[in-house]
Design a protein. Structure first.
Length: 739
């Protein structure tokens, strides 16, 4: 409790700071200067100033970096008192190229009592600064002649083709009749000097062929001086008769008192005579105070100049303020579910509205799970309705389903339907039904519509996490890695946290959602199976199936139930089957039940691996008949890595089949390794070793078969709807409690 006043003060301090920063930014935007092609007017002013003289003085500054305290307050007064006719920035006048920095540098340089020009440097080029520079000042490279001197400005930022600049420069120098020639290029052309700070050694121009060509032209055409900035030093070198001056002390970070010091360069022209010297500033008495002063200049640019960084600072402060408000003023009840009585809702018949992107006649684990929950809730007297896509199949018309017309159908058999979510009748159906709770089964499209309607009408929304979206990246028209590694997890987290509660089928899935940041209540409830239907054997139907597919008594049957999609990893199963035939002495058959867009590729793979005599793609099987296929088999195999539960595994276990599966979320929770089957890594040698254990050892296979039946019995549908209804009741009670 002692910390509460301090936190409260900090919270309001953040509020005041944000308001002040926003107000200051509004002031800057409202009072900021307007300018275009400024260099045109500045050059004209310089030419006019020097029209009738061959004796003049100008100043060169480098690395101003939007500095107010150093450049504006201390260097500019010296330059104004020096008698200079104009000032040239040799580069890095701005700290970054954001529009606000250019506006600030305009205001700073406007304190000069004479014209001024900018050299286009690396800082000017950042943050889309090339556009602001071109619009506000003019081209990146340019030249003009005043008095008896030729002034040439170059661009070394890769923004302009070097070959073009070199041709232009040669023409300029060849045709120049001036007595003196001055060149301004932001990055130094010479090798790093000894006083260069370690963090600036990469700021020298490093394009060797261009450097050689430039130096050759400078020497050939008698260039007098070449001015650069970029590094925080003063350097004055002569190479091949050309004087190279690096000036980087008009506002940048200064770290010592030797080669690094605040300064500007004073250049004097007197007919044929030239001179240049550094005018040094005694800004502070010690180097650490100079460094501190430089840091203050950077802080000024960060807070008061750059709009982008301003937004970052404001965003951080706002987030901090919100968090502090939550910590200080909003009481937390982390055990809320234990302090409310859900018995009132638990005894009521509820109106439950489902939203799903697929349903029968499309067959999948999701549709089967939804159907089983519907049957269970209906049997308990609850009222249920479904909003699902229209499949143009009148045989599946039901009064409890609102079929939404299809915008787009895709897949080999048009099995995936994109419903027209922009129909008003969805909202009308919602209002007429007046649900107590909305249960959505996908985190997008119709699922998003269901969530939006639930939130709008203040109805609790429950989401069942059926599918690992990242495993379906190949179906999404986005870069696969971007969707798999970022978008899918972010989409799931955002959607879950907008719901009132999430149902997950396994503990491993619950762990995943917590890891990605889901904070709402999670309820672990596996989808139930009709245990009796899969467990009670129909010998006649099973015998008929064996005759239909010509399965002999000696053959051992493997079966898999899976949609034929890339995410189901069936190609791995076929590769393993091809190798298994060479390692196994028994005659084995593999039946794969399911349809999907990978059927053609899988048929080609079966032919390539010469598995046509032992692998059969059965296709779709009616849900009422699937139990007989399980009962025909001896072992269930499963290679999918995209499951959240693996419901078909429990169905196979109920039919008495031990399982061999690739280890993954969902499958990992329903297979007890070595007791009900085996789960392996996605390695053919491990997979086949586990299969051979069951194929070659009849007693072991019978033992695991019995264990599988007993394990599956705990997942009977009888309790499924009851448990989900209890979760509904908790969420409804919490809603009432919060209201």
């Amino acid at each position: 409790m002692a910390k509460r006043p301090t936190l409260r003060t900090l919270y309001y301090g953040c509020i005041v700071t944000v308001v002040m920063l926003v107000g200051y930014q509004i002031y800057l935007n409202a009072t900021g200067p307007q300018y275009m092609s400024l260099h045109t007017a500045q050059v004209a002013a310089i030419e006019s100033e020097l029209a009738n003289t061959k004796t003049f003085e100008f100043a060169v500054v480098g690395n101003v970096n939007n500095s107010v305290n150093i450049f504006q307050h201390q260097i500019i007064p010296l330059i104004n008192d020096s008698g200079a006719s104009f000032t040239v920035s040799a580069g890095n006048a701005v700290s970054i190229g954001a529009a606000e920095n250019y506006r600030s540098v305009f205001e700073i340089f406007s304190n000069l009592a004479h014209p001024w020009l900018l050299t286009y440097g690396n800082n000017e080029n950042t943050d889309l600064g090339q556009f602001t520079f071109y619009d506000g000042f003019g081209p990146y490279f340019y030249s003009f002649t005043a008095a008896n001197a030729h002034f040439i400005f170059l661009d070394n930022t890769n923004n302009t083709d070097y070959n073009w600049q070199l041709r232009w420069l040669q023409s300029e120098l060849q045709n120049s009749t001036a007595e003196h020639r001055f060149v301004f290029i932001s990055a130094p052309l010479h090798a790093p000097v000894a006083d260069t700070p370690a963090f600036q050694t990469d700021r020298y121009f490093d394009h060797a062929p261009v450097i050689a060509e430039l130096k050759s032209m400078f020497a050939e055409y008698d260039v007098d001086m070449v001015f650069s900035s970029e590094v925080s030093v003063f350097s004055d070198l002569i190479e091949d008769g050309v004087r190279y001056i690096t000036t980087g002390g008009a506002g940048g970070v200064i770290v010592d008192d030797t080669g690094n010091f605040h300064h500007y360069v004073k250049v004097m022209v007197d007919g044929t005579d030239l001179s240049a010297e550094a005018v040094r500033l005694d800004v502070m008495e010690s180097s650490w105070l100079k460094t501190l002063n430089s840091v203050w200049a950077a802080i000024y640019a960060l807070f008061y100049i750059s709009f982008a960084r301003f937004l970052i600072i404001v965003g951080i402060l706002v987030l901090l303020a919100i968090k502090l408000h939550e910590l200080i003023f909003e009481p937390k009840d982390y055990y809320q579910k234990y302090s409310v009585d859900a018995s009132v809702w638990r005894g009521r018949k509820k109106r439950v509205l489902f939203f799903t992107n697929n349903f029968f006649p499309f067959i999948s684990g999701v549709t089967i799970s939804i159907e089983r929950l519907l049957r269970g809730l209906d049997s308990q007297g609850h009222h249920t309705r479904i909003v699902a896509p229209d499949y143009d199949d009148s045989r599946h018309a039901r009064e409890d389903i609102l079929r939404v017309p299809t915008l787009l159908a895709f897949g080999d058999n048009r099995e995936f339907r994109l419903a027209n979510i922009f129909q008003w009748r969805i909202a009308r159906f919602f209002r007429q039904f007046k649900p107590d709770i909305v249960h959505v089964h996908h985190p997008f499209w119709l699922g998003s519509v269901g969530l939006w309607l639930a939130r709008r009408h203040r109805v609790p929304a429950v989401y069942t996490y059926h599918t690992r979206l990242e495993m379906y990246a190949h179906y999404v028209p986005l870069p696969g890695r971007l969707f798999r590694n970022i978008i899918s997890h972010g989409l799931v987290r955002r959607f879950c946290n907008k719901c009132d509660g999430v149902i997950v089928p396994t503990v491993s899935t619950e762990e995943y959602l917590r890891l990605i940041g889901v904070k709402v209540p999670l309820y672990v409830q596996p989808t139930g199976i009709d245990y009796q239907r899969f467990n009670v054997r129909d010998s006649g139907r099973v015998s008929a199936l064996r005759r239909r597919y010509q399965v002999s008594k000696e053959q051992l049957v493997l079966i898999s139930v899976s949609r034929l999609g890339k995410e189901k990893n069936i190609g791995f199963m076929l590769e393993a089957m091809a190798r298994l035939r060479g390692e196994c002495s028994r005659d084995i058959r593999l039946f794969i039940i399911g349809e999907g867009n990978q059927r053609k590729q899988l048929e080609e793979q079966i032919n390539t691996l010469q598995l046509s005599d032992c692998v059969t793609l059965i296709g779709s099987v009616a849900p009422d008949s699937i139990a007989y296929y399980y009962q025909m088999a001896d072992i269930f195999v499963f290679t999918s890595k995209s499951e959240t539960q693996g419901m078909v595994i429990l169905e196979a276990m109920a039919a008495g089949l031990p399982v061999v599966a690739v280890r993954s979320t969902g499958t990992d929770d329903v297979i007890k390794n070595g007791l009900t089957g085996f789960k392996t890594l996605e390695r053919i040698d491990e997979w086949n070793r586990a299969l051979l254990t069951l194929i070659n050892d009849d007693a072991r296979r019978d033992e695991l078969s019995l264990n599988a039946e007993q394990f599956a019995a705990d997942y009977d549908t009888a309790a499924f709807a009851t448990h989900v209804d209890a979760f509904y009741s908790e969420l409804l009670t919490l809603r009432d409690h919060q209201a």
